[in-house]
Design a protein around this ligand. Structure first.
Ligand SMILES: [Zn+2]
Length: 269
């Protein structure tokens, strides 16, 4: 074998490790997970959680150009409650935490291109900052205000779910306190927005696989609970069996990552 052939094989192997095109395609619900849309501030150690507005726009455009319908939580609930199949080309765009940059950067892009999104809000940090982070590792940035959140809801482009009251690691709390974080945030968000909160996302994914905590999430009245695990979720969804997985879009991902995540449930090893 020539050196050129060896080098070619090594390049193909490296690319196949970075973009896992060889995985078989998986059916199921495609729920994209974003956090912040914008440029990471100096000192951020969570840079992969920041997606630039240009990339976000290109990703939403990719979805629409490829015939995808973007679902709201209420659309998903109608499908779930009526036992209908998931439209083949449907996707749920979700954002965790409720940052102001969702209002300033993501919402205008969704609105302009004609797509829908859903935000999991931390009730006690509305209009404040990401107080659950240690600012030494992730600088505090503004969370959306109640007025901004209401404006987005009124546009028909954005719906909300709960991400607890304070963004704790639920498994480190007493079970009754974890239950309160989930139930009280649903009550408060429903009162603030005048809408049913049918979806919940576990902060850090913590508690999603602890049966006692998950039981409390479902008892709190949520139809859907979303984990922090990479993948697609079989549909019809077996609610008793497990949480809903998500497709995590990182700042360094390109549209091929997006395409692989949508079809295969992952784009990286
Ligand atoms: Zn979070």
């Amino acid at each position: 074998m020539t050196i050129a052939a060896v080098i070619l094989i090594l390049v193909v192997l490296a690319l196949s490790a970075r973009w896992t095109w060889w995985r078989s395609s998986a059916p199921g619900l495609k729920a994209l997970c974003y956090h912040k849309v914008g440029v990471p501030p100096p000192g951020s150690r969570l840079k992969p959680l920041w997606v630039s507005p240009e990339k976000f726009r290109a990703q939403v455009k990719y979805l629409l150009d490829n015939g995808y319908t973007t679902l709201l939580f209420s659309d998903l609930k109608k499908l779930h409650d009526s036992g209908q199949p998931l439209p083949e080309k449907s996707v749920l765009i979700t954002f965790d935490d409720g940052y102001e940059n969702n209002y300033t950067h993501a919402w205008p892009i969704l609105k302009e291109l004609g797509a829908k999104g859903n935000i999991f809000v931390v009730y006690n940090t509305i209009g404040k900052t990401n107080l659950w982070h240690n600012p030494a590792s992730e600088p505090w940035v503004n969370m959306a205000t109640l007025e901004q959140l209401k404006e987005m809801q009124d546009s028909g482009v954005i719906e909300y779910g709960s991400h607890t009251m304070n963004h704790p690691h639920l498994s480190t709390l007493k079970l009754e306190d974890a239950a309160w974080e989930m139930a009280e945030s649903r009550r408060q968000l429903e009162a603030a927005f005048g809408r049913e909160m049918c979806a919940f996302a576990y902060p850090y994914g913590d508690g999603a696989y602890a049966p006692a905590i998950r039981e409390k999430a479902l008892e709190a009245g949520y139809t859907f609970d979303f984990s922090f695990r990479q993948g697609k979720t079989p549909w019809p969804w077996d609610r008793k069996a497990a949480t809903i997985d998500r497709l995590f879009i990182r700042g360094g991902d390109n549209n091929w990552d997006l395409a692989l995540q949508l079809s295969r449930g992952a784009s990286r090893l």
